[in-house]
Design a protein around this ligand. Structure first.
Ligand SMILES: Cc1cc2nc3c(=O)[nH]c(=O)nc-3n(C[C@H](O)[C@H](O)[C@H](O)COP(=O)(O)O)c2cc1C
Length: 367
C-alpha cells in the first residue's frame, strides 16, 4: 500500500482506538511504533514518498530532500533519529533538552481537542537532561540531519546569572555533536515564568554561547506566536546583534480564542500551550512579522498548525524557508510529512515554480 492508503487506514482504524487511550500513553505507543513503521517502509509494505528535485533544499550545511521536519517536543530525548526519515520527515528538532533531568509538570498535562484538531499541553519540559541526551545522540547513527532545542530548566528559582549558566550547561553538553543547528527556546509557555523566562537574559546567553561555539554551530531562536510587536522587535534586534542565524516561528500559544468546538473540554483544562490547526493563523502572522524584521541571511523555520501542502505553501509565501510539524501527526497520522510534501510539489509544479521562487511572494493557488 502507499503512504496515502496507510494514512487513510490510520484515520479510520488506528486513530479511534488511540484516541480512547490517555494522550501520553498514546504518545508512548506512537514512539514505540516508529521503528516498526520504518521496517514496513524498508520492506516495501508501505511505499513512502520520494521527494523530487523541486523540493530539495538546505538546512545550513545539509542537503534536505524536502522542507518538512519534525518539531521539538515529539522526540525530546533523541530516540527516533533512525526511524522518522521513513515517514517523510527530512530533519528533526530534538528536545527541548534542559540542563537538569525533569519529570515535568504533574499529570494530566496533555489534552486532545479533536473538534478543533488541536492539542493543549502543559508538559513543563520533561526530559532526561542534557548530558544523557547528548550521550545518546553521540552514540546514534542518525539517518537525517537534526537540530537540538535547548531550554532553561523548569525551575522559577533559576533567574539572572543562574538562568544563563543553566542554558550554557546544555550548550556545552551538545556543542561537539553533529547537530545541524541549536535552537534556543525563549518561548515555552509551560513553565512558571512563561514566554520571557530567558528572553531578558538573551543578550548575555548569546554572547556567552558565542565564546563557547568554537565550531560555529548555527544558533536559532524559537519564538512565541504570542509575542507582541515590541517584544518581537527586541528579541530580533538582540538576536541579530548576537549573530543568530534564524528563527523557529513558533511555539504553542496561550491564546485559546481560535478554539471553537472545544468549549466543554476547555472547562477542565487549566494552563497549557495550544497547538494544531487553530494555531495556524497566529503562526502565519508570526512568520510574516519576523520576515519583515529579520536580516536577509537569517532563515525561518515555520511551525504551527501545518497539516497540508496548501498550508506549507502559505507559510513559504509568508517567508518560511523550512517547515515543522507536530500536532497534525496526531490527527493525520505518521505519514503527514509525505502528504504535505506531495501536495506542495503538486502546487509548485502547477505554478512552474521552485521552492525559492515562492518565498515571501504572494501567488494565488488553484485547487
Ligand atoms: C506535547 C507537546 C510537547 C511540546 N514540547 C516542546 C518542547 O519541549 N520544546 C519546544 O520548543 N516546543 C515544544 N512543543 C511545541 C512544538 O514544537 C510546536 O512548536 C507547536 O506544537 C506548534 O506546532 P504544531 O501546531 O504543528 O504542533 C511541544 C508541542 C506539543 C504538542
Amino acid at each position: 500500500m502507499d503512504f496515502e492508503a496507510a494514512s487513510d487506514l490510520y484515520r479510520r482504524s488506528i486513530k479511534p482506538n488511540l484516541f480512547r487511550l490517555d494522550p501520553e500513553l498514546a504518545h508512548d505507543l506512537a514512539h514505540k511504533g516508529m521503528p516498526f513503521l520504518k521496517q514496513l517502509v524498508s520492506m516495501g509494505l508501505i511505499r513512502g514518498y520520494l521527494p523530487p528535485a523541486r523540493l530539495h533544499c538546505r538546512l545550513f550545511e545539509d542537503q534536505l530532500a524536502a522542507p518538512v521536519g519534525l518539531a521539538a517536543g515529539f522526540d525530546k530525548n533523541g530516540a527516533l533519529l533512525d526511524s522518522v526519515d521513513a515517514l517523510g520527515f527530512s530533519f528533526v528538532e530534538v528536545g527541548s533538552i534542559t540542563a537538569r533531568p525533569s519529570c515535568g509538570n504533574p499529570r494530566p498535562r496533555l489534552f486532545r481537542l479533536p473538534g478543533d484538531e488541536a492539542v493543549i499541553n502543559f508538559m513543563g519540559l520533561n526530559g532526561l537532561g542534557a548530558e544523557a541526551v547528548a550521550a545518546r545522540l553521540k552514540a546514534a547513527s542518525p539517518n537525517l540531519p537534526y537540530g537540538v532545542n535547548i531550554a532553561k530548566t523548569n525551575d522559577p528559582g533559576l533567574t539572572g546569572d543562574k538562568a544563563v549558566e543553566d542554558i550554557l550547561f546544555s550548550f556545552r553538553a551538545i556543542r561537539d555533536l553533529k547537530t545541524a543547528y541549536v535552537a534556543v527556546n525563549v518561548s515555552c509557555p509551560n513553565t512558571q515564568e512563561e514566554i520571557t523566562a530567558i528572553g531578558k537574559e538573551l543578550a548575555t546567553v548569546l554572547s556567552e554561547i558565542a565564546k563557547l561555539n568554537q565550531r560555529s554551530l548555527p544558533i536559532l531562536i524559537k519564538l512565541s506566536p504570542d509575542a507582541d510587536d515590541r517584544l518581537l522587535q527586541e528579541l530580533l534586534s538582540v538576536s541579530s546583534a548576537g549573530g543568530v542565524k534564524g528563527f523557529v516561528c513558533g511555539n504553542t500559544s496561550m491564546d485559546r480564542s481560535a478554539l471553537v468546538n472545544s468549549k466543554d473540554e476547555l472547562a477542565s483544562i487549566n494552563r497549557g500551550g495550544m497547538s494544531g490547526r487553530p494555531l495556524k493563523r497566529r503562526a502565519l502572522d508570526l512568520v510574516r512579522r519576523v520576515y519583515a524584521l529579520k536580516e536577509a541571511s537569517q532563515m525561518i523555520i515555520a511551525c504551527g498548525g501545518i497539516s497540508s501542502g496548501d498550508d506549507a505553501f502559505e507559510f513559504i509565501q509568508e517567508g518560511a524557508d523550512l517547515l515543522q510539524i507536530y500536532t497534525s501527526l496526531i490527527y493525520q497520522g505518521p505519514f503527514v510529512a509525505s502528504i504535505v510534501n506531495r501536495r506542495l510539489n503538486e502546487i509548485l509544479e502547477q505554478q512552474g515554480l521552485k521552492l525559492n521562487e515562492v518565498r515571501g511572494v504572494k501567488i494565488k493557488v488553484a485547487d
